[in-house]
Ligand binder design. Sequence first.
Ligand code: FPP
Ligand code: MG
Length: 331
Amino acid sequence: MADNKQVTLERIKAPLGKTMEEYELFLRQALHSESRYFDDILKYIFDNRGKGVRPTLVMLTAGLMAGKEHKHSQRVLLSAALIELIHTASLVHDDVIDRADLRHGKASINGQFGKRNAILTGDFILSRIFELGMESLEFDILTYVSHTIKWLCEGEVIQDEQTKTLGMTHEKYYDIIDKKTASLLAISCGVGALAVKAPAREVDAAYEFGRNLGMAFQIKDDILDYAAADQTGKPTCADLREHKITLPLLETFATMTPEEVAATKELVARGDDEAIAIIRTKVMEHNGMERAERVMEKFLASARAALTAYPESDYRESLEMMCDFLAMRKK
Ligand code: FPP
Ligand code: MG
């Protein structure tokens, strides 16, 4: 675990130094259109983007694998940008699907520019991913990252199906979060290694590190969904309102009789305020959040253990801090 000083993304990104500025320039050029109106939308995306966890993982893993003397190459910048563009396109489309008017506390693309423009913007970003990848001639990188686009779509569809049948099991849950979240963190770390031409076994090891981190990240997200709204700033049990059964409730089911599980699933199907409040109380009484937290800790421990194979460096320390940052967040 990192030292007691507060773990912030600023501290985590510190070893990247000026590379971060080069990366920002690269990303803005990637998010550009000759069409003035479209470029306004892309600028809006650039100005209101998230914390950059995934591209940071790409660049830190590249540094971890290539050593301190490594100068961040175009391959690394390209990889980081492709990952951020995939993430961005998926969120633009996700907000259309979820009819969400807000993203990162600001109007979402559909909220600000309308549904049609949001769909086209997601498509445009996907096209840029392939254009940049092809033009760069770095086909190994484009091929490697493109797998995750397919997994993101699959994860969403399987999740959607589960909300209709309420047939969620632990196995299906892990498959969904692997595809919809962990795959992108896994590919972020794997492509960081690939970008500096690390041997295949190192690319696989980086992928596994990112996958474990991503599983922990999504489980934390699912635990926080049950936390009080005044802690997270988001409405409590938003997932349940969409009939999504996640790990805290699955862990609660594991301690219930089949009759209690069936009765609770009926409440999930109802999904009104009263039903949600009853389910949340059950999860609290059965320690569903704590049980889910223990599962999260296992994934996190695997991620942390993978880092011990590397010599101590600023990059390794930052990746260790990233584990703490993602697991200890309160919102
Ligand atoms: C957030 O989900 C979104 C995802 C995990 C991925 C969504 C993937 C697609 C829409 C497939 C299309 C992919 C591409 C690349 C175009 P959430 O709604 O659970 O979380 P939120 O609270 O951040 O919205
Ligand atoms: Mg959403």
